[in-house]
Design a protein around this ligand. Structure first.
Ligand code: ATP
Ligand code: MG
Length: 379
């Protein structure tokens, strides 16, 4: 017995599943949507898995488009909401070309269609491979995900020593889910992390930007960060920061304070700027320079970009936040008004306030800027 009812499922996802089934194609709600509903949590999005090939899905839904080059998926669009429809993927052993890996064991082709059962085995963790059919209210569970969900266990489907190299992003996903859901990582699934953390280097820098943000915005960043450190992944993502925080407790404490702040904002459903996290995590590098000068800011960011590609619009915010650290301490007059108009004043101020919690010298400027902001509000 399970706790899902069709009513709890997003109506557009239901609509997509129904229509596919009416057209004689197997279709299920799958992935995080099912997982989160079973955990009585609010799903972020709903994914649909189907036997229909992308072209077919596209023809069934007028409001849809095919996306992706390597593995094509279909987005069915309902106003602001998008239901992602994925065709079952399989592993055809007669065609060695279908599931090809490169010298690093990384998947370079994964686009052979399959049955729902084969599709389940291609997914990452057992709790993410549950298929819900709203029509008869049943759940298909090929990998024993239901038991793992009940026991709060994250278990890699298949051999973690093979599945992580295929797509090292799975190592970041397991950490995010463990932190977010407060699950235990099963022993073998965890052990492989220590051994394979270095493979993070094989992930494209733009994908890493997205995945790292998802981790730090998961609502339990303090735990997630601790796990990244524990499994040796943080060192791969932020090598320079890692060296500095290893033997400087002040920086670790500052990062923890910032992450607590981020977690509180997630809990309050407040807006988050992705640049803030990077400004915090890279700050130790800037702060440790003998003469932290504006000119070096983009050098630091460019160096980080070789691993995690920070989009330009965010690197400018990082620069503003850092530059404001000095300005907010030195400017103490009506220039303040100009500073308030500054686009990133609030982010810069928030960071200064965090730093002030560990540095008494900064408490005065923080109170000053608090007062100025209050006055402006009352004005
Ligand atoms: P959330 O949306 O809450 O972040 P999710 O599990 O739904 O979590 P998605 O990125 O939406 O994550 O992916 C949907 C499903 O696709 C997953 O539940 C999983 O079954 C599968 N999946 C996603 N990424 C991978 C991957 N790198 N390797 C294997 N399967 C994956
Ligand atoms: Mg999802």
């Amino acid at each position: 017995m399970h706790s899902i009812t069709p009513k709890k499922v997003n109506k557009h996802a239901l609509n997509v599943v129904n229509k596919l089934q009416i057209n004689q194609f197997e279709a299920f709600v799958v992935g995080g949507g099912v997982r989160d509903l079973l955990l009585q949590q609010k799903p972020k999005d709903f994914d649909v898995g189907t036997a229909a090939i992308p072209k077919k899905v596209r023809s069934i839904f007028r409001n849809s488009r095919i996306i992706g080059r390597r593995f094509k998926i279909v987005h069915v669009i309902f106003g602001k909401e998008i239901i992602e429809v994925t065709t079952f993927r399989g592993q055809d052993s007669s065609d060695n070309d279908s599931l090809k890996t490169n010298d690093n064991g990384m998947l370079i082709r994964d686009n052979i269609f399959g049955t729902v059962e084969e599709d389940a085995w291609r997914r990452d963790f057992t709790i993410n491979a549950l298929y819900y059919n709203p029509t008869d209210n049943t759940i298909l569970d090929f990998t024993n995900g239901f038991v793992d969900l009940k026991n709060k266990i994250l278990r890699c489907i298949g051999d973690a020593n093979v599945r992580y190299p295929e797509d090292p992003v799975r190592m970041l996903r397991v950490i995010r889910f463990a932190a977010k859901l407060d699950f235990t990582i099963e022993e073998y699934t965890a052990k492989a992390l220590y051994n394979l953390a270095h493979l993070i280097n094989n992930v494209s820098s733009s994908r890493l930007f997205e995945e790292v943000i998802k981790i730090y915005h998961c609502g339990n960043a303090v735990t997630a960060h601790a796990k990244l450190l524990e499994y040796g992944i943080f060192k791969q993502l932020f090598p320079e920061t890692y060296t500095l925080i290893k033997d400087e407790k002040y920086f670790s404490e500052l990062i923890t304070l910032a992450l607590e702040n981020t977690d509180a904002r997630v809990a309050d459903q407040k807006k988050l700027n992705p640049a803030f996290i990077y400004a915090v995590l890279l700050w130790p590098i800037f702060d440790s320079m003998n003469i932290p000068a504006e000119e070096v800011i983009f050098e630091i960011i460019n160096k980080q970009n070789t691993i995690i590609l920070i989009p330009k619009r965010y690197s400018h915010v990082i620069r503003d936040i850092w530059v404001l650290q000095k300005k907010l301490v030195t400017k103490k007059n009506m220039d303040s008004l100009k500073a308030l108009e500054h686009d990133n004043f609030r982010a810069g101020f928030d960071f200064l306030a965090l730093r002030a919690m560990l540095d008494d010298k900064l408490k005065k400027p923080v109170s000053f800027w608090e007062m100025v902001q209050k006055e402006i509000k009352n004005y």
